[in-house]
Structure formats: structure tokens, C-alpha cells
Design a protein around this ligand. Structure first.
Ligand SMILES: O=C(O)C/C=C/C(=O)C(=O)O
Length: 275
């Protein structure tokens, strides 16, 4: 089922309000399915709302590129979302849980795009436009209650994108089998390998090009592309934030032969109380 123009605008507003007020909503697909084309149109409107508040697009993300994530969420097709500068947390910097609903963290790798990719050219290859790779962390935060969504729902919600951290950029190298470990303080919370991402994360770039071509999402020089999680996502809270933070302190992803990236997760301060 396709959504009308009015429904698309309304759903983008609803999801945007959910994000800005940190209050979850119910997925539209409870009971009815809807189409991917409409879902990417909602995503476009949602990102346009963020841009109208001054945010700048700075990249793209892939999702559901590993079996661990597909199994965790019950979704079996790759998705693409859009990153803005407001989501960019410096390596070693602070991620406040304020303003998030039910954040989870994932270890990833990132690509840096050196030149605009002309997606009108059917031979266009995103992989050849990559000039650097880096370890990364992504913080996802579904605007749907309890992360319950359909494929179309999660695309509309900009693939749960909330924040990301990029480690030191390194020259392009094989990424098909690098060990990945995510730790919270001294505790290992997940392990895997970059091969879990489509056998080789570079493969995601071909899928990205197809999706971006179909839904008129540009791939530009300077963009960061997150390849998708190598392991299942780890919750940063015990549930909705008012149930109290579960994880505080440094979260680190280490990707063998590539490097490490970390972020300091800090407690949400209710009611703006800074004490
Ligand atoms: O799990 C979600 O809410 C959607 C996001 C998925 C990813 O970012 C991923 O699989 O890496």
C-alpha cells in the first residue's frame, strides 16, 4: 500500500516529534503493511525537517547487513539511512543519553567517500570512490516503542539513526575478516568479525548505490558511510530512559589491524538538572 502525500508529511512530523521530544510512538505497520517507496519518502521529509533546524547531511548508513542484526530485529533486507552533523560525536567524546529514548550501540566500520558518485551512471561504483576506512560506533535509537517495527517503519524512521563516532581514518585495506570487540570499561559486551557484514563490508557499497539510485539519495565527496553492525546491538539502558541507565562510562570498539574508537556515555539528567 502506498501512502498519500499528506500521510507522508504527517508520518515524518510524527517521527520527528518523537525524536525531538524523546517519546516513542507505535509503528504504522501494526496490522497493515506499506511500501518501501513511501517509506523512503517519509525518510526524506524527516531529514528535511532536521535540515530546516540547521543540521547538515554528512553521510549515510547501511543497516541489517549482518545476520546477527537481522536475527535480532526480525528484518532481512538491507536499509539505508542518512547521517547529519548533529549525530557526529568526536572519538573519545561524550554521548549524553539526554534526549534519547532507548539507545543501543553497535560496533561498525566506516568508509570515507572522496568524490561525488554519479548514480545516474549505471556503472557508478561507490567502492572506487572510497579513500579511507575507520573503526566506528553507531548509536541507534528507534522512535518506535520497544524497537517494534516493520521494514517500511524502520526506513521511515531514518533507520533508527541517532549518533555515531568515527575512529582514526586509515588507508583502504581488506576488511573481509577483521576481529571486532566492543567493551564497556573493562567488560567485553560483544565480539564478532567484519566478515559478518555481508561477507565483506565493501559489498554493502553496491547495495547502497542501488538503494540510493532508486530513492534519489545522493552520495557526495566527504560523506561518511557506516557499513552496518558487525554484531547484535547492545542496549545502553535497561529500557526507556526513565528506567535508568544501564551503561555509563567508556564504550570502545576495537577492530583488529584497523584501530579503536570510543565514546564516554553519560547519565541522562532528568528535567535539565545539571547536578
Ligand atoms: O536496528 C535498528 O533499529 C535499525 C538499524 C540497523 C543498523 O543500524 C544496523 O543493522 O547496523
Amino acid at each position: 500500500m502506498s501512502l498519500t502525500d499528506g500521510e507522508i508529511v504527517e508520518l515524518a512530523r510524527e517521527l520527528d516529534d518523537a525524536q525531538t521530544s524523546a517519546r516513542a510512538v507505535t509503528g504504522r505497520s501494526a496490522g497493515e503493511d506499506w511500501d518501501v517507496l513511501s517509506a523512503y519518502r517519509v525518510q526524506r521529509h524527516l531529514v528535511a525537517r532536521r535540515r530546516s533546524r540547521g543540521e547538515q547531511p554528512i553521510g549515510l548508513k547501511l543497516g541489517f547487513t549482518s545476520r546477527a542484526k537481522m536475527r535480532q530485529m526480525g528484518v532481512h533486507d538491507v536499509i539505508v539511512g542518512q547521517l547529519t552533523d548533529a549525530m557526529d560525536v568526536p572519538d573519545g567524546g561524550e554521548l549524553s543519553l539526554d534526549g534519547l529514548i532507548q539507545p543501543r550501540v553497535e560496533p561498525e566500520v566506516a568508509f570515507r567517500i572522496a568524490r561525488d558518485v554519479d548514480l545516474d551512471d549505471p556503472r557508478a561504483c561507490v567502492a572506487t570512490a572510497v579513500d579511507a576506512v575507520a573503526p566506528a560506533l553507531e548509536i541507534i535509537d528507534s522512535r518506535y516503542r520497544d524497537f517494534r517495527f516493520s521494514y517500511a517503519d524502520v526506513i521511515a524512521d531514518n533507520t533508527s539513526a541517532a549518533a555515531f563516532v568515527i575512529g582514526p581514518w586509515a588507508p583502504v585495506r581488506p576488511l573481509d575478516n577483521l576481529a571486532v570487540r566492543m567493551t564497556v570499561g573493562p567488560r567485553t559486551v560483544s565480539t564478532g568479525t567484519t566478515g559478518a557484514i555481508l561477507g565483506d563490508p565493501i559489498r554493502g557499497l553496491r547495495l547502497l548505490a542501488g538503494i540510493c539510485r532508486r530513492h534519489a539519495i545522493p552520495v557526495r565527496a566527504g560523506d561518511v558511510v557506516l557499513a552496518g553492525a558487525a554484531t547484535a546491538a547492545v542496549p545502553l539502558t535497561g529500557g526507556p530512559l526513565d528506567e535508568g541507565p544501564l551503561i555509563e562510562g567508556f564504550v570502545t570498539a576495537q577492530v583488529a589491524d584497523l584501530g579503536r574508537v570510543s565514546v564516554r556515555v553519560t547519565r541522562a539528567r532528568k528535567g535539565g538538572d545539571a547536578s
